[in-house]
Design a protein. Structure first.
Length: 256
């Protein structure tokens, strides 16, 4: 094993990591040296859009610790830019561990004194963008790996305009994330009172906005027997689209 990789592995075995993580590293040491090396040979990079990678233990994987360190760096930058107070909105999709990563992100932001609006369950990414603007947040995160296979997950960072990070904030956030050298640099808990759960009330506001985007509402209103077949393809659209269609007077609906 390369000495630099082994040094990272030793740090995780001896550091402030949970027992399940240490046990998995030990298993890989016995059963799969190649996978272990791939998990630690580099740090998962925080790019202009955020994080994306395979889930698992290690510095090159999506896990509690890489997500927490990224969030700490992002929190530090937000507090630099908005010294009078920061709030963020957080959403996630239906992938494995998405809820866990969203809650981890919420806890780290909250522990840094940031007000957090966390959706109660999976929601479409456009609603996250809407929530940031509607609630006048300074930033946001959506946990999703988009089109990647099920073994992946991701973390996309947003700014106060409801869009993903753009210059100069993208590069500046990356610099702050790179400064977080250890899990000991992360504030993991202690701010739970700063977390507010978002649910149906915001959904209603969002759907009313979507309804107003209809180009020809008077034409739609005349349709009494229009049939639509919809599939969310394992996506988050199922949480809202049927209700949106209902609001704009579409009647008979078939879901699959």
């Amino acid at each position: 094993m390369d000495t630099a990789i082994q040094a990272k592995i030793d740090t995780w075995l001896a550091g402030n990591f949970d027992q399940a993580t240490r046990d998995e590293i030990s298993r890989l040491q016995k059963d799969n040296h190649n996978e272990l090396a791939d998990a630690f040979y580099k740090n998962l990079e925080f790019g202009t859009g955020g994080l994306r990678g395979l889930m698992g233990v290690g510095t090159n994987r999506m896990n509690k610790y890489t997500v927490g360190m990224a969030t700490q760096g992002y929190a530090n930058y937000l507090k630099q830019c908005f010294p009078e107070g920061v709030s963020v909105a957080i959403a996630h999709d239906c992938r494995n561990n998405s809820r866990f990563f969203a809650e981890t992100t919420a806890n780290v932001f909250a522990a840094n004194g940031i007000k957090v609006f966390l959706f109660e369950d999976l929601r479409p990414t456009p609603e996250l963008s809407f929530a940031i603007r509607h609630l006048k947040c300074q930033g946001g995160v959506v946990v999703t790996a988009s089109h990647n296979p099920k073994e992946y997950n991701g973390y996309k960072a947003y700014w106060d305009d409801g869009s993903q990070l753009v210059p100069p904030h993208d590069k500046n956030v990356i610099k702050e994330v790179d400064k977080i050298a250890s899990v000991d640099d992360v504030k993991w808990s202690g701010g739970e009172a700063n977390i507010t759960i978002l649910g149906k009330e915001l959904d209603e506001v969002y759907m009313e906005m979507v309804k107003e985007l209809s180009v020809y509402p008077e034409v739609i209103a005349k349709q009494k027997d229009l049939k639509i077949v919809f599939t969310s393809i394992h996506g988050t659209g199922i949480t809202l689209l049927p209700d949106v269609l209902k609001k704009i007077w579409l009647r008979k609906r078939t879901y699959c």
